[in-house]
Design a protein. Structure first.
Length: 128
């Protein structure tokens, strides 16, 4: 590889800090949410969602047919302050993959959904 010279003069994005690994409790909350969505358990989804986001999250939950998706994968994540944005894809036999983005935040030791957006059928940098 060619010598790029002084690293401070290199163009392009540079890491500005060490990567912060999300807490295990956040991943557990995301897994609980995604499993509840795949089961069609709207009560569990509602329990993880504050009032200001509940309508959007329940709209997403109703678009996911119960017990048709059998696995999920986290395909993107980002952190802003102490909130984590996750992009997930649900897959199953005979159904189109379902993609959506949600933001999890912690209050008093409980992780809740702060924002949600259905990405299925959309084209953007987040939905590729």
């Amino acid at each position: 590889m060619p010598d790029l010279g002084e690293r401070g003069n290199v163009m392009g994005p540079q890491p500005i800090a060490a990567v912060v690994e999300p807490p295990a409790a956040m991943f557990a909350a995301a897994e609980n949410l995604l499993n509840a969505l795949m089961r069609g358990d709207h009560a569990s989804v509602e329990a993880m969602t504050p009032a200001q986001v509940r309508d959007e999250m329940l709209r997403i939950a109703k678009e996911i047919p119960a017990n048709r998706y059998d696995k999920f994968e986290i395909i993107g994540r980002a952190r802003v302050s102490k909130h984590f944005f996750l992009k997930a894809r649900l897959t199953g036999a005979g159904v189109e993959p379902f993609k959506f983005q949600f933001r999890l935040g912690e209050t008093d030791g409980k992780w809740t959904v702060r924002e949600a957006l259905n990405l299925t059928g959309r084209r953007s940098a987040w939905s590729r």
